[in-house]
Write a protein that binds this ligand. Sequence first.
Ligand code: BDR
Ligand code: CA
Length: 310
Amino acid sequence: RRPIILDCDPGHDDAIALILALACPELEPMAVTTSAGNQTPDKTLNNALRLLTLLNRQDIPVAGGANKPLARELIIADNVHGESGLDGPKLPDPAFEPQAVNAVELMAAKIAASDRPVTLVPTGPLTNIALLLAGHPELHDKIERIVLMGGAATLGNWTPAAEFNIFVDPEAADMVFKSGIPITMCGLEVTHQAQIMDEDIERIRAIDNPIALIVAELLDFFMIYHRDPKWGFTGAPLHDPCTIAWLVAPELFHSRECWVGVETRGEYTQGMTVVDYYQLSGKPANTTVVTGLNREGFVDLLAEKLKHYG
Ligand code: BDR
Ligand code: CA
């Protein structure tokens, strides 16, 4: 089993990534930490606790992270995820407390104590991960890979050039991409292929166990923002679960090894991930850029794993 730490900002698609991860016997979630992003840090932490309470996994330690990005004010995505960050389904109140330590300390302790290298799976802004890497250089060798949702080679979804997670904290993302730790980047090119359609939501609802029903309700809400014709979507892009799917079913994906840098100063391009797709810079590749996906296989994987909650 592959030890992982989920650093997330739930968030509808973060929630589904967490639910998927906990249904995968290949993965061993050692901790869940929360970042400020889709909602304020108090709300994303509370949502992680509510989700693990729902899943009856109070055994997984949870800790809240930085209150704001490294060098900027926090921007939230309440237009996508609602007032709570997880609007839609009725979730239980948290039945347990977060750890007394913060996200960075919890990650560091878990990595230091692990007998195997740990994979980090960030699906929000990269603030906590950057603080971990800066504060604990001695742990870099014990981090196997960082499998993140963020960025894009050619698209933006928050500005014309930038994806939300990277835009919120570009300085943190810059530190992560420069760290030398192997990175898998699930950016918008692939996550926009991971569209969940109305009929997929009905298929998930028909699984008819309590967790599948919650996932269907999360998707009902998540669909609302993505129905705007400007996106040209048929469904809703299930960004964050791509990370977990890549870990357990890499055969569903296409990828390319590229150098990736983060723009922190551009007039129009702050938070853009600059992907050297054609090796023009001469810089060595630092990232496995995930570019393509077998959508049907991805939906099948999600539906199959959700049956485990029956
Ligand atoms: C990312 O931004 C958030 O709203 C989602 O949870 C996802 O992590 C997509 O740009
Ligand atoms: Ca997220």
